[in-house]
Write a protein that binds this ligand. Structure first.
Ligand code: SAM
Length: 330
């Protein structure tokens, strides 16, 4: 019964419902695993609400469960003025689902070696291919589930999951979804019937799906959408809801894999500091201002801020995101 509350929301997920269902679940979804604190607001859209809503403040549970959980809304539910401000401030323009589908199809055409694997593109939409997905001779469905995918500057993560079209608000049924994680889950649904095995492979699918974003509200929405995608598929497959413990396990993976980062510097937003050094001279003390070297020289290796960390699930070791980039001299 408790879980059902969570399922009532198709687009605007209410944080107070998650909170009432399980306090820890919401705490996990807000966690920044690099800093050990919560993710930051990352936008000045909320400063009128009072103290502690500044862009570099952490998002706290009590701030987002008031007003029936309507403080954080997806872009499609934000006012026109707010939408325009966010486009101006952070280049926030979301991609229609049919465009995400086209681009994800290009990746899959390469991977599978044939076209129209999951669907056939139509003008501004698509028709789902309902037949079981066929795999090339040298690759298995398990390879597909484990293949790593990342959505850079993910916003509400429409390339990963497509519960709704982020530009129109249209709800998309499980079978017709086009995100990269949606596709992995479809393949699992088609190949696994045993519940424990299904959970095992779904965990692999979540562990192999990553995204990062600057703005904390969009990041939280992306994380919630990932969690609800798990619930949607669980229900689709087994006609019942996952346990709280399982939801928390999935939420922990999500909070690692969808992370807050300045994608130009690879650090936590606002974490680079300008330091002050006191120099003692004949004439007394002089304060020298020292700018972050990375910011000054525009060199991503020299920042004094906190480099974002992600989990390598194969080794269970944390690594700095910047360390996995090839040719990352600048
Ligand atoms: C054009 S939107 C794309 C969002 C989503 N990927 C989509 O296709 O709908 C760009 C996103 O990049 C984020 N962003 C802007 N600058 C960023 C930066 N330096 N690092 C990380 N994210 C950034 C914005 O907050 C915004 O959500």
């Amino acid at each position: 019964m408790e879980v059902i509350i969570l399922f009532e929301e198709k687009i605007d997920i209410k944080e107070n419902n998650i909170f009432q269902f399980d306090y820890d679940l919401l705490s996990i979804l807000l966690k920044d695993n690099t800093t050990g604190k919560n993710i930051l607001w990352g936008t000045d859209n909320y400063i009128n609400r009072g103290n502690y809503y500044k862009p570099n403040d952490e998002i706290k549970i009590e701030q987002i469960i008031s007003y029936n959980g309507s403080v954080i809304k997806p872009r499609i539910k934000k006012s026109k003025m707010e939408q325009e401000k966010r486009s101006k401030d952070k280049g926030e323009v979301f991609t229609p689902a049919w465009v995400c589908n086209m681009q994800n199809n290009i990746v899959d055409t390469c991977w599978f070696g044939y076209e129209n694997v999951f669907n056939k593109e139509l003008t501004d939409s698509w028709k789902t291919n309902k037949k079981k997905i066929e795999f090339p001779k040298n690759k298995t469905w398990k390879d597909y589930v484990n293949d790593i995918r990342l959505e850079i500057t993910c916003g509400e993560a429409p390339y990963l999951i497509s519960r709704y079209d982020t530009t129109s608000g249209d709800i998309i049924p499980v079978i017709d979804r086009i995100g990269m994680l949606d596709r992995k889950l479809r393949v699992i649904n088609e190949n696994v019937n045993n519940e424990n095995e299904w959970i095992e492979y779904s965990i692999m699918a979540f562990k192999s799906t990553y995204g990062y974003e600057w703005q904390g509200d969009s990041l939280l929405i992306a994380r919630e959408n990932m969690l609800y995608t798990f619930c949607d598929n669980y229900y689709y497959k087994f006609n019942c809801y996952p346990s709280k413990d399982l939801l928390k396990e999935i939420a922990s993976i999500i909070s690692w894999n969808l992370f807050q980062m300045d994608g130009l510097k690879y650090v936590i937003p606002y974490s680079c500091k300008n330091e002050e050094r006191i120099n003692y001279t004949l004439f007394g003390e002089e304060i020298e201002k020292i700018e972050c070297d990375g910011c000054k020289k525009d060199n991503c290796h020299l920042h004094n801020g906190i480099y974002a960390k992600i989990m390598n699930w194969q080794t269970n070791r944390k690594v700095k995101f910047i360390s996995i980039l090839k040719n990352s001299n600048n």
